[in-house]
Write a protein that binds this ligand. Sequence first.
Ligand SMILES: Nc1ncnc2c1ncn2[C@@H]1O[C@H](COP(=O)(O)OP(=O)(O)OP(=O)(O)O)[C@@H](O)[C@H]1O
Length: 267
Amino acid sequence: MYDADHNRTESRVSQNEIKISSRNVQVYYGDNHAIKDVDVDIEDRLVTAFIGPSGCGKSTFLRCLNRMNDTIPICRVEGDIHIDGEDIYDKRVDPVQLRAKVGMVFQKPNPFPKSIYDNVAYGPKIHGLAKNKSELDDIVERALKRAAIWDEVKDRLDASGTGLSGGQQQRLCIARAVATEPEVLLMDEPCSALDPIATGQVEELIDELKQNYSVVIVTHSMQQAARVSQKTAFFHLGNLVEYGETEKIFTNPQDSRTESYITGRIG
Ligand SMILES: Nc1ncnc2c1ncn2[C@@H]1O[C@H](COP(=O)(O)OP(=O)(O)OP(=O)(O)O)[C@@H](O)[C@H]1O
């Protein structure tokens, strides 16, 4: 009796906490119903991949998670999305604060036309995270280290961020995202503009980032989803068709649409 209870407790604590929870989420662009009734629980401290054919809604749903869709005038989001139990669409939530907590890295590296230092220091400065220059220096150094680019840039922090290679720029953007101490990192095809070596470095970094963050990545590459994620969500025509352990989705999918996609018959 004791053992049974003990085991139950063990299995409960070994599961990651739910970080993001969505219920009945619909997204419309004008008349286009782009996301249909999506319910999903995304766990903390692991990597969740969103996969599916072009136009299925992966990026749209990702952008719901830090209210980036608010910036698109014709876009309307309905339903509930909670992060740590808080309704992120509540009127009292400041989207700028939300985006500091739920950072985002885009497909194309987009450093500001400023120095490497200023790219990383910008967010902490506007959110008042440093009391003085030495604290800001520490935040910048820590973020660049977390993004595995410190050694490459530590001697040229005043050089322009746009002068770095594509892979370095993307890691700089990751440093910029982690500098505000986010809890969730959203990545929209972060490697699609990178060569295989830079892709490998960013994938390694994603694997490390999951120790501290809940990472959600949109990817067109099933190999990448299989390499970096522990959970995978397959979208098709705006529906979340299947969601579960990455290994299971790729080896034993339950839905015929998932199977068709991973075997290359749709998409
Ligand atoms: N800014 C926008 N304005 C109008 N419609 C949009 C906008 N962004 C996306 N859509 C529409 O929403 C649907 C889902 O697009 P979305 O970009 O989310 O799909 P996706 O799965 O990320 O595609 P891809 O893999 O090609 O990037 C598509 O029909 C698309 O045309």
